[in-house]
Design a protein around this ligand. Structure first.
Ligand SMILES: Nc1ncnc2c1ncn2[C@@H]1O[C@H](COP(=O)(O)OP(=O)(O)OP(=O)(O)O)[C@@H](O)[C@H]1O
Length: 268
């Protein structure tokens, strides 16, 4: 990749730190999937997570909103703070945490209901008392979908294209006004044009939200992110964070030979 292809502004964020991860280890049952993760993730900025298959990228982001424990039996050692609060503190309200930390998955997963009801679902769950029409319009505008759907918000979300469905899922996350948006390969099921729309959307959202995106696509990491984390597995097949820093440095002057080999396509 040439430096011209790095579209995103590479200046590190001034908005402080969103997540502080310290000595984090992650277990699925007895299997250790991640070990000794120490990293700060900047607020109001896009962080890309890259690395070969099975190195723990999805596991890492699923630890950031505690969704992993909803899926299966897991254990997390160490500490993860979000804006100074330990999210694994027993006093933490998990529903409220997941409201603050939205998530978008590989495959768009709109609910089988109208576009309108998809957007208002979260606010209704949280007992929002204000103007629902306004939330629908604002969320769809933020997700760059309003112009395409404004005349059919009362029709089924399942009638939208894959790319539109993914933007709807982003709009649905935004409707509850989160601090963080986690994205797990959000473009992997999309064609290049729909992918470009999502990348443009990420750029418009990055000043307002902390965005953390797992991607297998190096060009995409280079285009959308300001910071990059490179994960790999060690000789025991346990995921580790090899290197992190400004995307430009990770791509053009990595400090670790494994990062360089991965970026240059020599493995993974
Ligand atoms: N529910 C689970 N139960 C047991 N092991 C799991 C579970 N989910 C993931 N793993 C294991 O944890 C390790 C990390 O998986 P993870 O999906 O986080 O990697 P990844 O880097 O996101 O991979 P990919 O790029 O292929 O999506 C792998 O060895 C995987 O087999």
């Amino acid at each position: 990749m040439s430096s011209e292809q790095l579209q995103a502004d590479q200046v590190p964020t001034k908005a402080g730190t969103a997540y502080k991860v310290r000595n984090m280890a992650f277990f699925y049952g007895t299997k250790k999937a991640l070990d000794n993760i120490n990293v700060d993730l900047p607020a109001k900025s896009v962080t890309a997570i890259i690395g070969p298959s099975g190195c723990g990228k999805s596991t890492f982001i699923k630890a950031l909103n505690r969704i992993a424990e909803a899926e299966t039996k897991v254990r997390i050692d160490g500490q993860i703070e979000l804006f100074g609060q330990n999210i694994y503190d027993p006093k933490v309200n998990i529903t409220r945490l997941r409201r603050r930390v939205g998530m978008v998955f590989q495959r768009p997963n709109p609910f089988p209901m109208t576009i309108y009801d998809n957007i208002t679902y979260g606010p209704r769950v949280f007992g929002f008392k204000g103007n629902y029409d306004e939330i629908v319009e604002t969320s769809l505008r933020k997700a760059a979908l309003w112009n395409e759907v404004k005349d059919k918000v009362k029709t089924s979300a399942l009638g939208l294209s894959g790319g539109q469905q993914q933007r709807l899922c982003i709009a649905r996350s935004l409707a509850v006004n989160p601090d963080v948006l986690l994205m797990d390969e959000p473009c992997s099921a999309l064609d290049p044009i729909a992918t470009l729309r999502i990348e443009e959307l990420i750029e418009t959202l990055r000043d307002q939200f902390t965005i953390i995106i797992v991607t297998h696509n190096m060009q995409q990491a280079g285009r959308v992110s300001q910071n990059t984390l490179f994960f790999n597995t060690d000789e025991s097949r346990i995921g580790q964070l090899v290197e992190n820093g400004p995307t430009k440095e990770i791509f053009f002057s990595p400090k670790d030979k494994r990062t360089e080999d991965y970026i240059s396509g020599r493995f993974g």
